[in-house]
Design a binder for this molecule. Structure first.
Ligand code: NAD
Length: 259
């Protein structure tokens, strides 16, 4: 066989795997869904934005991948149940869960309301726990699973000027990742977090050109991250080559934080 070709027995191949990616209509989630589909996984793209997520799934199909789309608000446990059962029904099981959906906020400490705090926590952290809770029985059944949750540099360092609830939610993902990783380590399921630094997606479109330039200067590599930097890391964690990595937080940040 051509050594450059992916094959089911090569560490990077995800042929035959069933994956769910949340927040997959655009940005990092879309890039992650594409990277998994390129390696042969069947991918359910879930997002609150149905037209955009349908377009993202159709694009993957048009390039020969296997993908379905679902409208899903990850802050609602009922939606997460539906998401899990759709993956199992459409693809025959669930092997990979990527908890990517997340929202940023810039409210100062004094101005954060209870409602805003609860919304950030529900979308960014509660969703991760219930996604994992729903996925685990299916992964245990197969004796194999990969759970990857997108944390943030903000969860490591506290973030920039505001976004205190965001930083707390992203730090929560790290604790949750480690807690679950310990409890399922003997079931063939790995649980990891990826912590991107500032990455070029719509989530940072509120920043001015000056702010972006300033940020860039603080990064040892002198550039912002690209979505594919994160997507390739997630794809690696899904492969057989990463089967001894669990409870880890992989920083993808151009060297701005070295733990
Ligand atoms: P983005 O805003 O471009 O995309 C987020 C996606 O999540 C969108 O498609 C949106 O519709 C979806 N979404 C929002 N709320 C949802 C909900 N309740 N249910 C389902 N889907 C929902 O952002 P991005 O940059 O691609 O961010 C993806 C993840 O990466 C987020 O968790 C974010 O916190 C994290 N992250 C991003 C950066 C960065 O600089 N881009 C850095 C660190 C961490």
């Amino acid at each position: 066989m051509d050594k450059t070709q992916l094959a089911p027995d090569r560490p990077g191949s995800l042929e035959g795997r069933s994956a769910v990616v949340t927040g997959a209509a655009q940005g990092l989630g879309r890039a992650i869904a594409e990277a998994l589909a390129e390696r042969g996984a069947s991918v359910l793209l879930a997002d609150i934005n149905l037209p955009a997520v349908e377009a993202a799934a159709a694009d993957i199909r048009s390039r020969g991948g296997r993908a379905e789309a679902l409208a899903c608000d990850v802050s609602r446990v009922d939606d997460i149940r539906l998401m899990t059962s759709k993956a199992v029904t459409d693809f025959g099981g669930l092997d990979i869960l990527v908890n990517n959906a997340g929202i940023l906020h810039k409210t100062a400490i004094e101005d954060i309301t209870e409602e805003e705090w609860d919304r950030i926590m529900a979308v960014n952290l509660k969703s991760v726990f219930f996604g994992i809770q729903q996925a685990l029985p299916h992964m245990k059944k197969r004796g194999w699973g990969r759970i990857i949750s997108i944390s943030s540099l903000a969860g490591r360092m506290g973030g920039y000027a505001n976004g205190v609830a965001y930083s707390a939610s992203k730090a929560g993902i790290i604790g949750l990742t480690r807690a679950v990783a310990r409890r399922v380590a003997e079931s063939g399921i790995t649980v990891n977090a990826v912590a991107p630094g500032t990455t070029e997606t719509d989530i940072i479109k509120g920043l001015s050109a000056d702010q972006v330039a300033m940020l860039r200067e603080t990064i040892p590599m002198k550039r912002l991250g690209r979505a594919d930097n994160v997507a390739e890391t997630v794809a690696f964690l899904c492969g057989e080559g990463a089967d001894y990595i669990t409870g880890a937080v992989i920083d993808v940040n151009g060297g701005i934080y070295m733990a």
